[in-house]
Design a binder for this molecule. Sequence first.
Ligand code: FBP
Length: 262
Amino acid sequence: MRAGADSAITRNGKSIILAYDHGLEHGPTDFDPVPETADPEVLWDLATHSAVTAFAVQKGVAEAYYPSYEDDVSLLAKLNGTSNLWMGEPDSAVNWTVENAADLGADAIGFTLYGGSNHEVEMQEEFRDVQEAARDEDLGVVMWSYPRGQGLKNDKKPGTIAYAARLALELGADIAKVKYPGSEESMRRAVRAAGPAGVVMSGGSKTSDRDFLETVESAMDAGAQGLAVGRNVFQREDPEGILDALEQVIFEEATADEALET
Ligand code: FBP
């Protein structure tokens, strides 16, 4: 699967990946703004929204709920992850095997790579095993490509984000999930660096409707394939409303203004 080729986690070559691995990565504090979002079922229901092309979760949340949602939700199995309690150099434990995720019915796998970390070499080797197993199982491969660690403080510099996008291509991912580098021009550079791999923008911490939709519009204008988003959807009182607007901007090429008007 490469960008443009439609798959179980894209629609017309575009993606909105709803991410819900925050209970592991950040802890339940991310659910405080809308306390009912601590209940995974609330998010599984949200993932049935027509805008969502894949739902990214860790193994436990998938095992407990996916059998009830398999007809309505495409599962993106997030294979590695680390808690916010870990204080060491950026690293991510591989908590789920490709084979087990495939047995459960996953459509694609997700894997975090911290380029620049002291653990980059091991993480690349883990990714090699995962990527090859995913090819054997015919699963799409999404890399959460987050340069981080040692001297890398600002992980959103344009050159760093372009490098992150390129790492995903070089190592065999279909889609690179990268942070927004601050401008359309910088995002275009990342998209160019990714070549045939698609690039999805990472949602980030919650911002206003206008700021968020304008950033998404700019990423799409730069050639991004879509968005992978958690907090900017589930920390809103009206998550369906923002998914409606995102559907317009990403799949119907509406501007942020147009999406805000409806
Ligand atoms: P958000 O849209 O909420 O930023 O979620 C995307 C995501 O990649 C999640 O999958 C993950 O839990 C989180 O961001 C990790 O963010 P960070 O490592 O930057 O704190």
